[in-house]
Ligand binder design. Sequence first.
Ligand SMILES: C[S@@+](CC[C@H](N)C(=O)[O-])C[C@H]1O[C@@H](n2cnc3c(N)ncnc32)[C@H](O)[C@@H]1O
Length: 129
Amino acid sequence: MLDAVQHAVGRDAPVVEQKKLNRATQKFDFAARARLGSALFVGEGNFSFALALAHLKGVSPSSLLATEYEDEADLGDTAYDNAAKLLKLGAQVKTGVDATCLSKAIGPRRFRTIIFQFPNVASREALYG
Ligand SMILES: C[S@@+](CC[C@H](N)C(=O)[O-])C[C@H]1O[C@@H](n2cnc3c(N)ncnc32)[C@H](O)[C@@H]1O
């Protein structure tokens, strides 16, 4: 495969080292990160991902802060239910949190891991990619 790529881009192009390639394809271990504690979830949508991690053995829910961009009043039923479950487990939940201005909603608090999966502003405008 690498040979084919090398051939396509020309012999003078730098060779991609297999070690670097392996590193790039390693999967991010969300469970391991959650077990480390101090994890912030941004743009959680219906909170199902944070809830799944909060249930994992070895994860301390109280060290998780799950947030969503929408305000509480705009959450759907599933999001609302999952948020309630997270709170019951001891996790923190916050709505109306904008990833472009985290300090506004969260203040100076620091986190070991910040997770924002599938960011999407629901716009077709080029400005938003
Ligand atoms: C495609 S959904 C993904 C939801 C969830 N992360 C998941 O993986 O299921 C995109 C999410 O990004 C949120 N979002 C959009 N703009 C945002 C912003 N500026 N800050 C934080 N979240 C934002 C939306 O409210 C929505 O929940």
